[in-house]
Write a protein that binds this ligand. Sequence first.
Ligand code: ATP
Length: 464
Amino acid sequence: MPAKNLNDLVALCKRRGFIYQGSEIYGGLQGLYDYGPYGVEMMKNIRDAWWRSMVYNRDDVEGIEAALLSARAMWKYSGHEGGFSDPLVECKKCKLRMRLDKMKDQSKCDSCGTTDITEPRDYQLMMGLSLGATTDGEINAYLRPETATTTYTNFKNVLDSVPHKLPFGIVQIGKAFRNEISPRGFVFRMREFEQAELQYFVRPGEDEAQFENWKNLRMDWWVNELGMPREKLRFAPHEKMAHYAKAAEDIEYEFPDGFDEVEGIHNRQDFDLASHTKAQDEFKIQANVIKNTDSNTKLSYSDAQTGENFLPFVIETAMGVNRAMMAVMMQAYTDEDLGGPPSPDGSGAASGKSRIVLKLKPSLSPVKAAVIPLARNVPELVEISNSIVSDLRKLGLGRIELENSGNIGKNYRRHDEIGTPVCITVDHQTMEDNTVTLRHRDSMEQVRVAIADIPAQLQKIVNG
Ligand code: ATP
């Protein structure tokens, strides 16, 4: 049985060190979360899988990492300062503030149900700052609300230092900040989160085919790299398009309470390079942009063969890394009935007749293998275990744990819950014949394997 509701997942995340409430010991701060020992590993694995497919496995994409803080002018010309807002309404009775387009019923308060609510007003989502000692509190910089804009403003830098012919792309993975009106759904909607975004620059006219191409590539990635079942994902075209977009579709995952966005794919035409370029008048701009009087750089592309100088179109793929991790965990969470009579106190897990297991794709698992000496007080067993751990660490697959505490049942249960694909148990027989027990997470099958064969087997399990 997969996770029935979000509470199952939130409890597991806290109990097993994936995700904690931000500022928890001071009562918590809404929309902010801290990632624990296994959460950071899993986030890293998702980032790595994304970077591998976007950068390492292609010839036409470069990566950058821009500052999280950027000049106020950047966000003026990107259209965010004037237009990056959500419609806010407030309940006059219970004072709850809600985002109009996400309300259950736009005529009633989500909490107390009254119809006595205010007219909507625009609520700015960007977080402004006053950088330096001489500003007297005036906003002169913003924490970025997305990674895309700093990718466009570095377009010329990248092209000049690492030349490419169109089409080519630039990616970033990094933090984004949005002062969301109503953070909700655990890490689904946060005020500080991480995005993995591609901006792919194409010739005008080739944009529609590239949009379709990237839609398919991204859907395949969700299925093949994150191990998500295709039938739990769907494309959802935007009903209302953002001002810059010519086409926009989301990839949605079926959470327990319905389908919701996990990634967006957008045809942004020439909006971005046109917004930030110097000498806008020299180009035939198709999108509707603000007149730019501050940029000192032309963000155009010169075709060496035709001598043409123009502003490429952009296809963007924008994924939330935290949201991807949440969807993957939701899908992997399995409350498994192991048969037998129910526990007397009614708590399945305590009876030993059921288990919670995270059936993650092994490449995403926070711990790749746990090595468990069956008796902690037998130095030879501990020594052999340590030597296996050290051999497995040399493979560079990720975290390998030596389990030198608690009993074997507890160890299996803990590793099932954090999704460790295999546990390797070292027992007295090991001292006689150099074999160990390898327990597979999903089938719980236990097989006797020669120590010498473990590295190759683990490599196969993790990398497929
Ligand atoms: P929404 O309409 O839900 O506010 P969006 O369409 O503005 O989101 P994008 O700007 O396209 O979202 O961001 C790309 C991705 O970043 C989203 O698909 C989502 O996975 C992630 N994301 C956006 N906002 C948040 C947030 N507040 N918390 C966590 N992840 C987010």
